[in-house]
Write a protein that binds this ligand. Structure first.
Ligand code: G6P
Length: 614
């Protein structure tokens, strides 16, 4: 959802900016741009479409552009204004001396624009961001101080922003600030980096400082000044980033998505490591601060999340209700925030988010916190806004996920829900010891089962090739695998653009069955357990309407061969844990279909990995 970068130091800025943007491309790819200062002139270079278009423009003038040792850059996911070159960041003011890159939304941009136009500002783009460039220019004209100009400008802005600003007259300075959008400063030897996210800077430095809301940082090659919104100086809280640059390599795989699918056995091992040691030892979740009394007094759990994280949360509902006997509601964060919610101090609110920066989820958990709820965050980014504001944390340890379509982070979130439910069940003594031990054992051996699926992909590839021409796809399941059906359908939609929908198998006959004919693939998720026979009957009903039937199963039942045109097998597994295994073939199915269709797997159209606007 837009990414920003900045560099100031003694090296040429442009390659650092372009490298940074390459590693932030998961945040958007509608357009890209950089601003540099060469011989006392601010120069902007922008291109619509993928970053490569900007790289081509820069390459043509490389000898000139590489002279600059200061610069800011942007990768855009369009919100206000079409994804054109004129709407690409950086934006500037009438005199062209200011350059601004922005992630977020300026909510009062219309009023600001009207006012600034009356004062003579000429707008070139349809973006909300351009108002900031004009505003900073006018404040600078009054104060002749860039930090103060940015500070005064942000006092008039409503909405969310991470901003990076340079000014032609203050040649050796970058000013950056944020409110409800992530921003960090990387610290080198007589050089500083700015970025929306770690991947942009990790190859240059591991020393960094996260900005909090309304804080402003002023960087020169040799200094970093850091103040709050009232100009009070602050002490930088420098951290060492816990990431390795290797996470950003495809390691020989054709796409990051395929690499990340294959990392899942190790991801499960990482999530379990140090938390589940042996079946007769209690689960340890060091950053969960709920004690026995807190848990006893809970009368409800509310989970909020978006996209793939929402599906992991839905699996979590089944597990927690089963093991802990507490009612769990799951709601998209974007719905939760615009109504009266009945959450209070006896409600545990769980926010689930790969990035920890999704605006809807941040707002939802903040609202719940204001109502007195304990906030527990399940996230892949312990350095994120959500994690930093949480009362309790379950870090999911999936490593950096680059592909826009989430796979390994979903796996890590689902496994984290098993750990959380087991932890609560042990504290509350709400489940039988044998059931707890059985589930722990299944979790420990899960990575080997996933490895088995990954080493026998032929059935999935055959199925992908055969059904890649489908216009629509239906996924059906019941119970704990209903979220698996939703997630399988979402993966397919996201990367192949085939219209795929997940239904509870029992609902098929209440409407969707009308769509079935010989052109419609129906994929049944048939895991052995309580609802197996029911799904089988629902599959018969679909077959009777001539649908093309595909099974994903762990059953050797011979009659499946008559009913299904294609069967994808997974190893034997307890029904309770089956979502963590069943999702893997569905991720691969979506991958192979998209790859067969020649789609841009890692950067599907219109999507961004981290959505930092509501
Ligand atoms: C975007 C991404 C999805 C992701 C969702 C929630 O829409 O494209 O893949 O599931 O955001 O992101 P989060 O970081 O909160 O899990």
């Amino acid at each position: 959802m837009c990414g920003i970068v900045g560099y100031i130091g003694s090296k040429s800025a442009v390659d650092i900016l372009l490298d940074g943007l390459t590693n932030l491309e998961y945040r958007g790819y509608d357009s890209a741009g950089v601003a540099v200062n060469i011989d006392g002139q601010v120069e902007l270079y922008k291109a619509e479409g993928k970053l490569q278009n900007l790289k081509d423009i820069v390459e043509a003038k490389k000898a000139h552009i590489e002279k600059s040792t200061i610069g800011i850059g942007h990768i855009r996911w369009a919100t206000h204004g079409a994804p054109t070159t004129v709407n690409a960041h950086p934006h500037s003011c009438n005199c062209g001396k200011v350059a601004v890159v922005h992630n977020g939304i300026i909510e009062n941009y219309k009023e600001l624009r009207e006012r600034l136009e009356k004062q003579g500002c000429v707008f070139r783009s349809q973006t909300d961001t351009e108002t900031v460039a004009h505003l900073v220019a006018s404040k600078y004209a009054q104060t002749k101080d860039l930090t103060e100009a940015v500070r005064l400008a942000t006092q008039e802005i409503e909405g969310a922003y991470a901003l990076c600003v340079i000014h032609q007259d203050v040649k050796d300075t970058i000013v950056a600030t944020r409110r409800n959008a992530p921003l960090l400063v990387g610290i080198g030897e007589n050089e500083y980096y700015i970025a929306s996210d770690v991947p942009a800077i990790i190859q240059y430095t591991k020393k960094a400082m996260y900005l909090d809301d309304n804080q402003i940082v002023t960087l020169t090659p040799t200094s970093m000044k850091y103040i709050d919104e009232n100009k009070n100086p602050l002490e930088p809280k420098v951290e060492i980033l816990p990431w390795e640059p290797v996470a950003l390599s495809k390691m020989g795989y054709k796409h990051f998505m395929l690499k990340e699918i294959h990392e899942q056995p190790d991801v499960v091992r990482n999530v379990l490591s140090g938390k589940l040691r042996a079946i007769d030892e209690a689960i340890t979740l060091n950053e969960v601060t709920l004690d026995k009394d807190n848990l006893k007094n809970l009368n409800r759990i509310q989970v909020v999340a978006c996209g793939t994280s929402l599906h992991a949360a839905m699996v979590g509902k089944y597990i927690i209700e089963q093991l802990c006997g507490i009612a769990v509601d799951v709601e998209p964060a974007s719905e939760f925030i615009y109504r009266r919610t009945i959450t209070d101090k006896n409600t545990l609110v769980i926010g689930v988010s790969q990035s920890g920066e999704t605006a809807d989820t941040i707002t939802a958990v903040r609202q719940a916190k204001a109502l007195g709820s304990h906030i527990l965050i399940v996230t892949n980014r312990p350095d994120s806004t959500m994690a930093r504001e949480a009362d309790s944390l379950v870090p999911v340890n999936a490593g950096i996920e680059v592909s826009v379509a989430a796979t390994k982070s979903y796996m890590a979130q689902v496994i984290s829900f098993y750990l959380l439910a087991l932890y609560m069940a042990e504290v509350k003594e709400s489940a039988a010891k044998e059931d707890i031990q059985k589930l722990k054992h299944e979790l420990i051996i899960l990575p080997q089962k996933i490895e088995k699926v990954l080493s026998h992909k032929e059935d999935i590839q055959i199925c992908a090739r055969k059904f890649s021409g489908a216009k629509d796809f239906i996924f059906i399941a019941r119970g704990i695998n209903f979220p698996t059906a939703l997630e399988g359908a979402l993966k397919l939609k996201e990367i192949s653009y085939i219209n795929a929908t997940g239904y509870t198998a029992g609902e098929l006959k209440h409407g969707p069955i009308a769509m079935l004919d010989e052109s419609m693939p129906v994929l049944s998720i048939l895991m052995k357990g309580g609802v197996y026979e029911k799904i089988l009957s629902n599959s018969e009903e679909a077959k009777a309407r001539n649908a093309r039937m595909i099974a994903l199963t762990n059953s050797e039942d011979q009659k499946l061969k008559d009913l299904f045109e294609n069967i994808m097998y997974v190893p034997e597994i307890d029904e309770m844990l089956s979502p963590a295994l069943a999702i893997v073939p569905l991720q691969l199915l979506a991958y192979y279909i998209a790859e067969f269709l020649g789609k841009d797997v890692d950067q599907p159209r219109n999507l961004a990995k981290s959505v930092t606007v509501e």
